[in-house]
Design a protein around this ligand. Structure first.
Ligand code: SAH
Length: 488
């Protein structure tokens, strides 16, 4: 086959699939379960939850099954039949499940089922199954099934746990509401492009974690609101760079965004977590480089929100730490734009984790200070409380101090902090280019600004001594393990 331009037409191939995921309608269908074990009980409950009429056939039943048969049931039915099963039991069954002991029993069961044309599942015998039950994430009518084709059930559970966290509980309500309005939306939007825009906007809201409201499932959801309104700004903390350190709420906000205005500190891997259709605008501000004016950023947010857009203002680390959040919020308030703040992991917390220390280690610190090392004029800020900063019982985290390390050291020494105070310079923490340099305050005097293209945190205080970290960790560990052993 050739395309219009004459080049051969290559159809897209589907990569081999270990199993075909299909979603079976079991409403009011007969399913049989052979065996009276707890595992059989679990399967019976699953089938009934999908609306099946379940007949469990066995000579004896586990307490789980006895309870199950008596419990009130929101969907399907479970009947216990106390006898040996026979070929007739398969008549009219949609599927058959068994929990059997011996190879002979299994062979008999699968033989009879096959003769009756009924697909089978045998507990703990994957090689003898026509179909397998995957791990399930249930937001009915949204159902996610996960299979590793028996490679690693624990992996399937771990995947399930992740998806559970990602899909908000309210998704079920959104999906039900979507089903209700499906036909009328088709009539409201004969134009397929407009119709798609409606469904895309609805999908974004459904994944945002917001509860469904009747107004939100109206046909005008997908249209730019006449004369503005409806838009909002969500400030989202992107964390130190590694997407694993995004919060669940941050991912939901990114998944629900129409437009993302992001800082230069935000990594590509984090932007990859955003909704594919979201427009992305770099409005980076980085200490010594050209950047957008704050006024332009403020105005852009307001203009977009007024056009009904869900704007995500994505900032590195936590939005409340050295990120001009105060100014941006004030501007939105003045212009009546609703906003929300999603906190993120600030560079100081990420650095502490990387260094394996506590910022408030009892032996070293009574307080933690987060201080900017970059004033308006380019050097150190002039109005810092040096006496407080040089308190030896404080852990100091200097942000934006990549180029001012030397003058920082001078001021700290002048204010009485010992030259032997431990220092850790942490660059690009949690990113592939991450670098950590340990030194003493005296050495910082000689330090000439390392890795300036990367964000750098200068950490000063007793807790950054390698010796303190190790001794304390050893001691705590010893104590905890003694307690644990005593409890066993
Ligand atoms: N809101 C951010 C801070 C923005 S100010 C937060 O909460 O982390 C920018 C400064 O943050 C950088 O100059 C650097 O000092 C620090 N920083 C941000 N990300 C960093 C990272 N991944 N590694 C080291 N320092 C970082």
């Amino acid at each position: 086959m050739t395309s219009l331009s004459g080049t051969p037409f290559a159809p897209r191939r589907i990569a081999p699939l270990a199993k075909l995921p299909v979603f079976f309608d079991l409403q009011d269908k007969l399913c049989i379960v052979v065996g009276g074990s707890a595992a059989a009980a679990w399967k019976a409950e699953l089938l009934a939850a999908a609306g099946a009429r379940v007949k469990v056939i066995a000579e004896t039943f586990s307490p789980e099954l006895e309870q199950l048969a008596e419990a009130p049931r929101p969907a399907g039915t479970i009947a216990l039949v106390r006898r040996v099963y026979s070929a007739e039991d398969f008549d009219g069954a949609a599927m058959a499940v068994a929990d059997l002991e011996t190879e002979r029993e299994i062979a008999l069961f699968t033989g009879l089922a096959r003769a009756a044309g009924v697909p089978t599942n045998v507990v703990d015998a994957p090689g003898r199954c026509d179909f397998q039950f995957g791990s399930i994430v249930n937001r009915s009518p949204v159902v996610v099934g996960i299979s590793t084709n028996g490679a690693a059930p624990v992996l399937a559970q771990a995947i399930r746990a992740r998806i559970e966290v990602l899909l908000p509980a309210a998704l079920a309500d959104w999906a039900r509401a979507a089903k209700r309005v499906r036909r009328s939306i088709g009539n409201c939007f004969p134009n397929p492009r407009r119709r798609r825009a409606f469904w895309e906007a609805l999908a974004a809201r459904a994944l945002s974690g917001d509860p469904v409201s009747p107004a939100a499932v109206r046909p005008d959801l997908g249209r730019p609101p006449p004369g503005g309104g409806n838009g909002s700004v969500t400030f989202v903390g992107a964390g130190p760079g590694n997407p694993e350190l995004l919060t669940v709420r941050a991912i939901r906000a990114l998944q629900a965004a129409d437009v993302i205005l992001f800082d230069a500190l935000v990594t590509d891997e984090i932007l990859d977590c955003a909704r594919r259709e979201a427009k992305r605008l770099l409005i980076g501000k980085r200490g010594y480089r050209r950047s957008c004016r704050q006024d332009d950023i403020n105005e852009t947010m307001v203009k977009l929100a007024r056009r009904g857009k869900h704007v995500v203002r994505l900032k590195g680390g936590d939005p409340s730490i050295f990120a001009r959040l105060g100014e941006e919020i004030a501007y939105l308030k003045t212009h009546g734009i609703p906003f929300e703040i999603v906190p993120g992991i600030t560079a100081a917390s990420a650095a502490a984790a990387r260094l394996g220390v506590s910022l408030t280690h009892r032996d070293c610190a009574r307080s933690v200070r987060i201080t900017t090392g970059h004033g308006r004029a380019g050097g150190l800020p002039e109005d810092l409380d040096w006496a407080g900063i040089a308190d030896p019982k404080t852990t100091n985290m200097f942000y934006m101090a990549g180029r001012t390390g030397k003058s920082l050291a001078e001021r700290l020494l002048q204010n009485g902090l010992p030259a032997a105070t431990p220092v850790a310079v942490v660059c690009a923490v949690t990113r592939p280019q991450e670098e950590v340099i340990h030194m003493e305050l005296g050495d910082l005097l000689e330090w000439n600004g390392h890795s300036l293209s990367e964000p750098t945190l200068v950490c000063v205080g007793g807790t950054f001594s390698l010796a303190v970290g190790r001794a304390a960790a050893g001691r705590d560990h010893a104590r905890i393990s003694t307690q644990l052993v005593a409890q066993l």
